[in-house]
Design a protein around this ligand. Structure first.
Ligand SMILES: *[C@@H]1O[C@H](CO)[C@@H](O)[C@H](O)[C@H]1NC(C)=O
Ligand SMILES: *[C@@H]1O[C@H](CO)[C@@H](O)[C@H](O)[C@H]1NC(C)=O
Ligand SMILES: *[C@@H]1O[C@H](CO)[C@@H](O)[C@H](O)[C@H]1NC(C)=O
Ligand SMILES: *[C@@H]1O[C@H](CO)[C@@H](O)[C@H](O)[C@H]1NC(C)=O
Ligand SMILES: *[C@@H]1O[C@H](CO)[C@@H](O)[C@H](O)[C@H]1NC(C)=O
Ligand SMILES: *[C@@H]1O[C@H](CO)[C@@H](O)[C@H](O)[C@H]1NC(C)=O
Ligand SMILES: *[C@@H]1O[C@H](CO)[C@@H](O)[C@H](O)[C@H]1NC(C)=O
Length: 857
C-alpha cells in the first residue's frame, strides 16, 4: 500500500512538474488523477479503469457514476476533501473488481454503500477514519466475491463481526493492522468459523497487551478456523502473552505465524523481561506451524527445549534478536526444521553441541554475528546441511568447515586458509584478508567448485608452491579489488588461470593492473565474459584476450589508442572512461566504433579524448578525422612544387653528392688523426660515485637492434675496446625483484639515462614508466641526466602524445638516430660525449643533428 501511494504521489509530482495534465482517456483507462474534479467526469462506456484520486469529490451517490458495464477498477482514494458515500453509490458499476477508497477521509458511509457489487473482489478501505461499526453493522453484506478486505490504519477499537461475514465465502485476506483493537475473542470472530483464510493481519494493535485478558472468557479466537498466515507482529508481546495466546489457540491451524517486533527476551544487559522458555510456544504444538518468524526482538538466550513441541516446523527465523547464548538442547524437537535463520544476533562462539537436534536442517544463516571461533564438530553431524552462511563475522580460521555445497564466508578476518579437505560448488570469500595467492591455488583445487568469489581481498604475492591443476570445473571466478599487479609484476603466478578450461566469467577489476602477463588467458578457452574495469592498462596486445571472449569490460583504464582488431570476437564491450589520444592514428578505432555491430555498452559521451588537450573531453563520435589524409589533399600542390624545384635541386645535389658520400670516411679519418694527436679526453676522467655510466632504456622488442647498434659499440662487456659500463634490463635487472624497483635502482645508480624512443618504446608501459622516473630524477637533481634518442621516423605528434615525453621535448633537446648508416660512427661519438658530460654542465650544442623542438601547441 505504501508503495502504491508513493507511486501515486510520484505520478502526481511528475505530471505537474512537467506541466502536463493527466486528465484524459486512453482507450480503456480514464486517467483523472489530480484534475481538480469535484464530481465524477463523463467517461465512455468502454472504460475499464477509472482513476480519480487526488481530486475534490465530496459525495458519491447512486447517480454519480454513469452506467459503466466494463469498469473493473475504480480508484477514488486520496480525495482532498472529506468524502461521503451514499446508498448504493456504485450500483452502476456491476462488474467492478477493485474498489480503492484508501486514504480518503470518509465522513459518511451508508450501510448500503457497497450494495450491488456482486463481482467485487478487492475492497481497499485503509486510512479512511472508519470505526468498528464498519465490521459490526453489515456493510459488507452480499459481497459474494469479496476476497481481500483492507481495513488497516483505521480507528477500529473492537472486533465484532456482523453475521453476514458468514456468507462471504470468497474471503481470504483481512488486513486489520494498525488499528486499536485490544482484544480479539472467540465470539467476535464467530462468523469466520469454518473458514480458511490465507492471511489475517492483526499487527500493530496493542492486541492483548494493553488490557489484561481473561482467556477463560475470551477462549480461542480462531476456533474452527485454518489460517495460512497469521500476523500478530508489533503488539508488544512478552513471553507470557505469547504463552497464553499459544495455549488459547490450541488446535487451530496456523501454518505460518509471524510474530516479529515483539518484546520477548532480556536484551543485552537487562534482566527484567524474560527470555521465552519451553512453555512459551508449547501451546502451538497442535497448530501445525510450519513457519515461525520471531525476528526483531530481544531474545538473548535460546533456552532449554524452547521449540520442543513444534514438530512440523520447517522455517524458523530468529534474525535481529540479541541471541548470545544457545542453551543445551535448545533446538531439541525440531525434527523437520530445514531453514534456521539466526542472522543479525550477538553470537560470539559456537560449540559442538549447539545445533544438536536438527536432523533435517539444510540452511543455517549466521551472518552478521560476532562469531570468532567455532568448534570443529559444530556442523559435522548435520547430515542434510547444504548451505552455511557465516558472512560478516570475525572468523580467523575455517577448520570447522564441513564439506557442503554452498559456503558463505565473506566479510571475516581470514588471512590464510588451512589445508582442510573441502568439497563445495559455491564458495564466497570476499572481504577477507587473504594475501598469498597460494590460497587461490588451493581453492582452485576444491573438487566440484563452480563459483568462487574472492573480491576485496589482498592477493598480492605468490610463492607458487602449487602447480595449477588441469581441467577444473570452475565456471565463475571473482577476483576484483585485489592487488594482482604486485604478484604479477614480480613475475610470479602467471599460470594461475592455466587449468580453468571451463571458466566462463572472470572478474579482474580494480587490481592496479598496468600490464597483462603474456598468455595469462591463453588456456581460458571457454571464457565468455571478462571484466578488466578500473585498472591501469594502456595497451592491449594481440593475443592478450581469450579467443572466444564475448563480453569485455575494459572501462576506466588508460587505453590510449586500441587496435579494433582485438575486439573481433566480442558482442558487447564497455570502453568508457579511457584515455584515448585523438590523433590520426586513432582513426581506425574511431571508424570501427562508428560502424561495428559490437554493442558498445554505456553512454557514447563516456568514450572521449584525453589528448590533445584541445580535444580533451570530446566524445570520439564528435572527433573528425578529416585532414588525416593530408597527403592526398596536398598531392597536386606537391607535384607542382616538385616540378618547380627538381631542376634546381638536381644541380645542387650533384655538387653536394661528392661531399656527403664521403663524409663518413672523412669522419673516421678525422677521429683517427685526433686519437693519434690528442689524448682522448674521456679516458682520463675521474671515477665517480655511479655504479653505471648509463642506464639504457629501450623496449624489449628493440633489443636486437640496440645490441647491434649500440651495445656492441659502447658497452665494455661486449668488447674490450668499449669504455662504458652500461645497464639494461635484459642483463642487469635483478630477476625476481619487482620491476618497478629495478627500474628505480637503474635510474638512480646510473650517471645518465639514455632512452631510445622508438615506436615500440611508446607502446610499452614499462618504458614510459622508466621515462617518468628518469624525469623525476632530473627534477630532483636539477641536471640533464636524461638523454633522449629518437629512433626511426617518428613524427613529432607521436612524441607529443605522451605527457611526460611531451614535457621533455618541449623544453629540452633530444637526439635523433641518424638515418644514414655512415653517420652512425659520428653519432655514437656524440652520444658518448653526452654520457660523459658532467652533471650541471650547461648544454651548448649547435650541431645540426641535435634538434631543438619548439612547442607545438
Ligand atoms: C488545479 O488547480 C490548481 C490551483 O488552482 C492549478 O494550479 C492546477 O493547474 C489545476 N490542475 C488542473 C489539472 O487543472
Ligand atoms: C496468562 O495467563 C495466566 C493464567 O490464566 C494469568 O495468570 C496471567 O496473568 C496471564 N498473563 C498475561 C500477560 O495475560
Ligand atoms: C490442547 O488441546 C488438547 C485437546 O484438544 C489437549 O489435550 C491439550 O492438553 C491442549 N494443550 C494445551 C497446551 O492446552
Ligand atoms: C535471514 O534473515 C535475514 C534478515 O531478515 C535475511 O536478510 C536473510 O535473507 C534470511 N536468510 C534466509 C536464509 O532466509
Ligand atoms: C574435463 O572434465 C570434464 C568433466 O568436468 C570431463 O568430461 C572431460 O573429459 C575432461 N577433459 C579432459 C581433457 O580431461
Ligand atoms: C556484423 O554483422 C555482420 C552481418 O550481420 C556479420 O557478418 C559480421 O560477422 C558481424 N560482425 C561482428 C564483429 O560481429
Ligand atoms: C558514422 O557513420 C555515419 C554513416 O554510417 C557517418 O554519417 C558519420 O559521419 C560517421 N561518424 C563518424 C564520427 O565517423
Amino acid at each position: 500500500m505504501g508503495d502504491r501511494l508513493v507511486l501515486l504521489l510520484s505520478l502526481l509530482m511528475s505530471s505537474s512538474a512537467l506541466g502536463m495534465t493527466s486528465c484524459f482517456f486512453d482507450g480503456q483507462r480514464a486517467l483523472y488523477r489530480a484534475c481538480n474534479l469535484t464530481q465524477v467526469p463523463q467517461v465512455p462506456s468502454t472504460t475499464k479503469s477509472l482513476l480519480l484520486s487526488f481530486n475534490y469529490i465530496r459525495t458519491v451517490t447512486a447517480v454519480s457514476f454513469p452506467f459503466l458495464e466494463q469498469l473493473q477498477l475504480l480508484e477514488l482514494g486520496t480525495q482532498l476533501t472529506a468524502l461521503s458515500i451514499d446508498k448504493e453509490a456504485f450500483r452502476n458499476l456491476p462488474n467492478l473488481r477493485i474498489l480503492d477508497l484508501g486514504k480518503s477521509q470518509i465522513d459518511f458511509l451508508h450501510p448500503d454503500a457497497f450494495q450491488g457489487l456482486p463481482r467485487l473482489s478487492e475492497l481497499r478501505l485503509f486510512f479512511c477514519g472508519l470505526s468498528g461499526a464498519v465490521l459490526k453493522d453489515g456493510y459488507f453484506r452480499n459481497l459474494a466475491s469479496l476476497t481481500r478486505l483492507d481495513l488497516s490504519k483505521n480507528q477500529i477499537q473492537s472486533l465484532d463481526l456482523h453475521p453476514s461475514f458468514r456468507e462471504l465465502n470468497s474471503l481470504k485476506v483481512i488486513d486489520l493492522s494498525l488499528n486499536q483493537i485490544p482484544l480479539v475473542c472467540e465470539q467476535g470472530l464467530e462468523p469466520l468459523q469454518g473458514k480458511t483464510l490465507s492471511f489475517l493481519k492483526l499487527a500493530d494493535n496493542n492486541l492483548y497487551s494493553r488490557v489484561s485478558v481473561d482467556w477463560g472468557k475470551c477462549m480461542n479466537p480462531f476456533r474452527n478456523m485454518a489460517l495460512e498466515t497469521l500476523d500478530v507482529s508489533g503488539n508488544g508481546w512478552t513471553a507470557d502473552i505469547t504463552r497464553n495466546f499459544s495455549q488459547a489457540i490450541n488446535g487451530s491451524q496456523v501454518l505460518s505465524l509471524v510474530l516479529t517486533h515483539h518484546i520477548m527476551g532480556s536484551g543485552f544487559g537487562f534482566y527484567n523481561i524474560k527470555d521465552p522458555d519451553r512453555h512459551t510456544f508449547a501451546g502451538l504444538g497442535g497448530s501445525s506451524v510450519i513457519q515461525l518468524d520471531l525476528s526483531h526482538g530481544f531474545i538473548f538466550s535460546l533456552n532449554f527445549r524452547l521449540f520442543e513441541t513444534l514438530k512440523e516446523l520447517k522455517v524458523l527465523n530468529l534474525a535481529y534478536n540479541k541471541i548470545n547464548k544457545i542453551a543445551g538442547e535448545a533446538f531439541h524437537g525440531l525434527d523437520n526444521l530445514q531453514i534456521l535463520n539466526m542472522s543479525y544476533n550477538l553470537l560470539g562462539e559456537l560449540y559442538n553441541s549447539n545445533f544438536d537436534g536438527l536432523p533435517k536442517v539444510a540452511y543455517i544463516d549466521l551472518q552478521k554475528n560476532h562469531i570468532g571461533i567455532i568448534q570443529d564438530q559444530t556442523f559435522r553431524f548435520l547430515k542434510q546441511l547444504s548451505t552455511l552462511d557465516l558472512r560478516d563475522n570475525a572468523l580467523k580460521t575455517i577448520n570447522f568447515i564441513p564439506s557442503i555445497p554452498t559456503l558463505f564466508l565473506g566479510g571475516n578476518k581470514l588471512v590464510t586458509l588451512p589445508k582442510v579437505r573441502l568439497t563445495a560448488s559455491f564458495i564466497h570469500l570476499s572481504e577477507n584478508r587473504l594475501e598469498n595467492m597460494d590460497n587461490l591455488y588451493f581453492l582452485l583445487q576444491v573438487p566440484h567448485l563452480q563459483i568462487l568469489i574472492l573480491n576485496q581481498n589482498r592477493f598480492s604475492f605468490c610463492n607458487q608452491r602449487y602447480a595449477p591443476s588441469e581441467n577444473l570445473s570452475l565456471e565463475q571466478l571473482f577476483l576484483g579489488e585485489n592487488m594482482l599487479q604486485l604478484a604479477w609484476e614480480a613475475g610470479f603466478c602467471w599460470d594461475v588461470f592455466k587449468g580453468l578450461s571451463h571458466l566462463r566469467v572472470l572478474y579482474l577489476n580494480n587490481n592496479y593492473l598496468n600490464f597483462l602477463p603474456p598468455g595469462v588467458f591463453r588456456h581460458l578457452t571457454a571464457l565468455r565474459g571478462l571484466s578488466l574495469r578500473s585498472n591501469r592498462l594502456t595497451v592491449l596486445y594481440p593475443g592478450d584476450l581469450p579467443a572466444h571472449l564475448e563480453i569485455l569490460d575494459i572501462s576506466s583504464n588508460q587505453l590510449l589508442s586500441p587496435d579494433p582488431d582485438l575486439f573481433t570476437s566480442l558482442s558487447v564491450v564497455d570502453l568508457s572512461h579511457n584515455k584515448f589520444i585523438c590523433d590520426c592514428e586513432l582513426g581506425t578505432f574511431i571508424h570501427w566504433l562508428n560502424r561495428t555491430n559490437v554493442t558498445i555498452f554505456g553512454s557514447r559521451e563516456d568514450i572521449y579524448c584525453m589528448y590533445p588537450s584541445s580535444l580533451a573531453g570530446n566524445s570520439l563520435d564528435s572527433v573528425s578525422m578529416e585532414g588525416c589524409n593530408e597527403e592526398e589533399v596536398l598531392e597536386p600542390l606537391k607535384f607542382s612544387l616538385f616540378l618547380l624545384f627538381t631542376v634546381t635541386l638536381t644541380l645542387f645535389f650533384v655538387t653536394v653528392l661528392a661531399v656527403t658520400k664521403l663524409r663518413g670516411s672523412c669522419f673516421i679519418c678525422y677521429k683517427k688523426i685526433q686519437r693519434l694527436v690528442f689524448k682522448d679526453p674521456s679516458l682520463g676522467r675521474e671515477p665517480d660515485s655511479y655504479k653505471y655510466d648509463a642506464y639504457l632504456c629501450f623496449s624489449g622488442k628493440d633489443f636486437e637492434w640496440v645490441q647491434e647498434a649500440l651495445l656492441k659499440n659502447l658497452d665494455a662487456q661486449y668488447s674490450d675496446q668499449n669504455r662504458f659500463n652500461l645497464c639494461f634490463e635484459e642483463r642487469d635487472f635483478v630477476p625476481g625483484e619487482n620491476r618497478i624497483s629495478n627500474i628505480q635502482d637503474a635510474v638512480w645508480s646510473s650517471r645518465k639515462i639514455v632512452c631510445l624512443v622508438s615506436r615500440h618504446f611508446l607502446r610499452d608501459g614499462w618504458c614510459l614508466e622508466a621515462f617518468s622516473y628518469a624525469q623525476s630524477r632530473c627534477l630532483a637533481d636539477l641536471n640533464g641526466a636524461l638523454i633522449v634518442v629518437v629512433v626511426g621516423s617518428l613524427p613529432q605528434y607521436q612524441l607529443m602524445k605522451h605527457q611526460s615525453i611531451r614535457g621533455f621535448v618541449q623544453k629540452q633537446q633530444y637526439l635523433r638516430w641518424p638515418e644514414d648508416l655512415q653517420d652512425v660512427g659520428w653519432f655514437l661519438n656524440k652520444l658518448s660525449q653526452h654520457i660523459l658530460k658532467k652533471d650541471k654542465e650547461k648544454k651548448k650544442d649547435t650541431d645540426i643533428q641535435l634538434q631543438s623542438v619548439t612547442a607545438i601547441s
